[in-house]
Design a binder for this molecule. Structure first.
Ligand code: IPM
Ligand code: MN
Length: 362
């Protein structure tokens, strides 16, 4: 019998619904072609619903979402809602409550895509960031005292337990073993680089560094290990992106370096990520945000959302379907799109979706 996947679809705000519609279009075609089923359920969490009901992502929704095989997210963020409310109330709540402790962010330059980095192409820009997604400054540990007085003090702590670090490292080593450059026939080694700040954050990145080498020595001796400070990582992303294979880092540094990564791979039109709980329900998203000014115009690039669907299928074990979607996206960037930027693609949002879907069906 054909496999069937229960997918929760959360289109969200702004251009989220437009790009999600194209991702769903491609997903359905891939399901037909590769003989599996997708059973989709829509959820309207986002800014509009919050404005009407005051509700972000209620606990009952979390319980509901646990029953799905995966979640496909569009974008969260509304111009009328104060920054922080929807991010914390929906995106971060889903990540934390569903314990999606990995944020997986491939940084791949596809053929035909322009990178701001001179002299570098798809051969050089081809790496993956494994961002820890549950700890660090994101835990809300801290507070403000004497608020509103001249003596007020704010503290927000970067928090890591050995447990959090170890489970993230385990995922990263396994990922490097399976998908590193050697495993993909592209290099002499599978390399895992730790990105930290051991010269200043001498507590948390000391923990990361010790755990990294202990696990590497004991369980993954064949994987080459490297270490970079986070500031140097930014430098080398721009100067020598070809040095990188798989990078593992904490939540906050990961947040920052993956935006830099998105830019060198061609921008928000193409960058996708997965919030992964290897033992639970994972959520896949284009990382670009809701782009309110383009809402309803049919000009936004849906490729990032389509790539999120691709990552979702790979995660679910439909690797052939994922590969076919990726190849179809590459075909589009190499042969069709004039630019990845909104309004400059030479096609509308739905035309891009149609073309990818046609290619997947071939
Ligand atoms: C991301 C985003 C989020 C984060 C925001 C919207 C809370 O920037 O997914 O990278 O900081 O993790
Ligand atoms: Mn971010």
């Amino acid at each position: 019998m054909a496999k069937s996947y229960k997918i929760a679809v959360m289109p969200g705000d702004g251009t989220g619904p437009e790009v999600t519609a194209e991702a769903v279009k491609v997903l359905k075609v891939a399901a037909d072609k590769f003989k599996f089923k997708v059973n989709l359920t829509n959820f309207d969490f986002g800014g509009e619903r919050y404005k009407k009901t005051g509700e972000t992502l209620p606990d009952s929704a979390i319980e509901e979402l646990r029953k799905f095989d995966a979640i496909l997210l569009g974008a969260i963020g509304h111009p009328d809602v104060k920054p922080g409310i929807l991010e914390k109330g929906i995106l971060l709540k889903a990540r934390f409550e569903l314990d999606q402790y990995i944020n997986l962010r491939p940084v791949r330059l596809y053929p035909g895509v322009e990178t701001p980095i001179k002299g570098k192409g798809p051969e050089q820009i081809d790496f993956v960031v494994v961002r820890e997604n549950s700890g660090d400054a994101y835990t809300g540990t801290g507070g403000i005292t004497m608020k509103g007085t001249p003596s007020e003090v704010a503290v927000q702590s970067a928090v890591y337990s050995r447990f959090q670090v170890d489970r993230c490292l385990k995922y990263a080593f396994e990922y490097a073993k399976k998908n590193g450059k050697k495993a993909r026939g592209k290099g002499e080694n599978n390399t895992l680089a730790l990105c930290g700040k051991t010269n200043v954050l001498t507590f948390i990145y000391d923990l990361w560094e010790r755990a990294f080498h202990e696990m590497g020595d004991k369980q993954y001796p064949s994987i080459k290990r490297e270490y970079y400070h986070v500031d140097a990582t930014c430098m080398w992303f721009v100067k020598n992106p070809e040095w990188f294979d798989v990078i593992v880092t904490g939540n906050l540094f990961g947040d920052i370096i993956t935006d830099l990564g998105a830019m060198i791979q061609g921008g928000m039109g193409i960058a996708a990520g997965g919030n992964i709980n290897p033992e639970g329900v994972s959520m896949f998203e284009p990382i670009g945000g809701s782009a309110p000014k383009y809402t309803g115009k049919g000009v936004i690039n849906p490729l990032a959302a389509i790539c999120a669907a691709q990552m979702m299928l790979e995660h679910l074990g439909e690797e052939k379907a994922g590969k076919k979607i990726e190849d179809s996206v590459k075909y589009m960037t190499a042969n069709k799109l004039k630019s990845l930027a909104a309004g400059k693609m030479g096609y509308s949002t739905s035309q891009v979706g149609d073309l990818v879907a046609e290619k997947v069906a071939e």
